[in-house]
Design a protein around this ligand. Structure first.
Ligand code: F6P
Length: 546
């Protein structure tokens, strides 16, 4: 449906006008219980959303909007395997990949759970062989390094998780190659021994040019070491894909292929065999914990009331900023270093899902949809992009994410890390008034002239919103819950905006054009010409040194 037809939409528009001039400091002052009330906890994640520019009235209307947009019906439809990805006529069942329950989940009348568990058992058995040293390379040596070749959803999810849980790694070293710039592969392979290196070629479609190009070069590297003996490929290449024919065409033995299904979106696929790098790095038990955390969040999402439902809360707050307060971007600021790839992962998850300009029925939206998602570890951001968040002209809500412990680690810098995170959220919200700046400068002995000169530069207006998520620890379980939380947040927003969050037609045109441009770069004049600017660039490149 068109959400603007909901009465809640009009009410929110009116409330937004009033709130534009209300400062969070005043909201807190009037309500001493706010810091306790505007919180929720589930699956080891404590959410403080009190620093958001919302009142109880706004929240009530946002929940009403979610009801009018039938968010709960959409949730049921997704979990039930209905074909909610209407443009591709597919079910959306990444949740089935982590379903630890006993109830069947059916697509076209067929329970998908047995197949899910069967493939998972194969990935576990394979990973155990690699980890234990039973799986040997072509000269009989054990595997010390595993290189995942993939891009987008076939890279970012496993890479992010492998980084996030690094202190727990107890398997072969993991490497990830995504960029078709051959240096990415070259630099990765530089220190690796072909006799001890295993490649996972990960591609849902197995047609992605970057991945196949890198995989071919990796195969050449291996074959060079194996003196052209093609039987070495079976010891060093496995594939994760939905496309058997293409895997076979590439020369990977189907016994070494781990499948998944068209109802798993690429950016939602780390729970499938695409998670193989995670299983190899940490072992099946850790992967089970990751799945269990996500499953727990799935249960929470389906059963918790809207007012306590973490994905619903984050999703609706996002809608509020995008559609009513005119914000067009959103920062992800994780504070733990091992979460450093979380912003990149969430960028694909969110922007590929909700970067849409038409509703699921093809009608154009007349309101803003998915925001620009960006970020970097917050601690580095404080010394870089936070300036703009504090004093710039854009309203940019921030998600502060902080795990209070890393399993098995004692962090001697813990208090500094935590204090930095809490300080930034507080500074964004409270700012610093003219009176505070003046008092501070006077106390430091500044003259009145100096104060007058610097005052406008040193004032922080504040009133800049954020949510803080504290994880008890960065365990596989809580990480699984955190990822699922964001997946569902994106889903809630897509449901309100009425878009199909599970297709990605917008990435196709560039891919199509690249094929023809590559031919023209190679001098193929029969390929039709492109626009004048692109043609000029092609000529420039042709004349440049190779
Ligand atoms: O180009 C975008 C995209 O299709 C993503 O949706 C996907 O995650 C990525 O490319 C990789 O696709 P594949 O797994 O099929 O290689």
């Amino acid at each position: 449906m068109n959400p603007t037809t909901s009465a809640a939409w009009s009410a929110l528009s009116t409330q937004a006008q009033a709130l534009k001039t209300t400062h969070l400091r005043d909201i807190f002052q009037k309500d001493p219980t706010r810091a306790q009330r505007l919180t929720a906890k589930a699956c080891g994640i404590y959410l403080d959303y009190s620093k958001n520019r919302v009142t109880d009235e706004v929240l009530a209307q946002l929940f009403k909007l979610a009801e009018d947009c039938k968010v709960q019906d959409h949730i049921k439809a997704m979990f039930a395997g209905e074909k909610i990805n209407n443009t591709e006529k597919r079910a959306v069942l990444h949740t089935a990949l982590r379903n630890l329950g006993e109830t069947p989940v059916k697509v076209d009348g067929q329970d998908v759970i047995p197949a899910v568990r069967e493939v998972r058992a194969r990935t576990y058995a394979f990973a155990k062989r690699v980890r234990s040293g039973e799986w040997l390379g072509f000269t009989g040596k054990t595997i010390t390094d595993v290189v995942n070749i993939g891009i987008g959803g076939s890279d970012l999810g496993p890479l992010m998780v492998v980084e996030a849980l690094k202190p727990l790694a107890d398997g072969p070293r993991l490497h990830f190659v995504s960029n078709v710039d051959s240096l990415h592969l070259k630099q990765t392979l530089k220190s690796l021994d072909p006799e001890r290196t295993l490649f996972i070629v990960a591609s849902k479609t197995f047609t992605t040019i970057e991945t196949l190009t890198n995989a071919r070069s990796a195969r050449e590297w291996l074959l060079e070491a194996a003196k052209g003996d093609k039987s070495a490929i079976a010891r060093h290449f496995v594939a994760v894909s939905t496309n058997k024919e293409k895997v076979s065409e590439f020369g990977i033995d189907l016994d070494n292929m781990f499948g998944f299904w068209d109802w798993v979106g690429g950016r939602y696929s780390l729970w499938s065999a695409i998670g193989l790098p995670i299983i190899v790095a940490f072992g099946p038990d850790r992967f089970d914990e990751l799945l269990a955390g996500a499953y727990e969040m799935d249960q929470h999402f389906q059963t918790a009331p809207l007012t306590q439902n973490l994905p619903v809360l984050l999703g609706l707050l996002g809608v509020w900023y995008v559609d009513f307060l005119g914000s067009s971007s959103h920062v992800i600021a994780p504070y733990n270093q091992t979460l450093h790839r979380l912003p990149a992962f969430l960028q694909q998850l969110d922007m590929e899902s909700n970067g849409k300009g038409v509703r699921a029925d093809g009608s154009s939206v007349e309101y803003a949809t998915g925001p620009v998602i960006w970020g970097e570890p917050g601690i580095n951001g404080q010394h870089a992009y936070f300036q703009l968040l504090h004093q710039g002209t854009h309203l940019i809500p921030v998600d502060f994410i902080l795990a209070l412990a890393q399993p098995g680690q004692v962090d001697p810098h813990r208090k500094t890390l935590i204090a930095s995170c809490l300080a930034q959220a507080s500074a964004l919200m409270n700012g610093k008034t003219e009176a505070e700046v003046q008092a501070e400068m006077r106390a430091k002995g500044s003259s009145e002239a100096q104060i007058a000169e610097l005052l406008p530069h040193r004032v922080f207006k504040g009133n800049r919103p954020s949510s803080t998520m504290l994880l008890d620890e960065l365990s596989p379980r809580s990480l699984g819950a955190l990822i699922a939380l964001y997946e569902h947040k994106v889903f809630v927003q897509g449901s309100v905006w009425g878009v199909n969050s599970f297709d990605q037609w917008g990435v196709e045109l560039g891919k199509q054009l690249a094929t023809g441009i590559e031919q023209r770069l190679g001098g193929n004049a029969t390929e039709p010409a492109y626009d004048a600017s692109t043609e000029a660039l092609i000529r420039y490149v042709r004349n440049a040194k190779p």
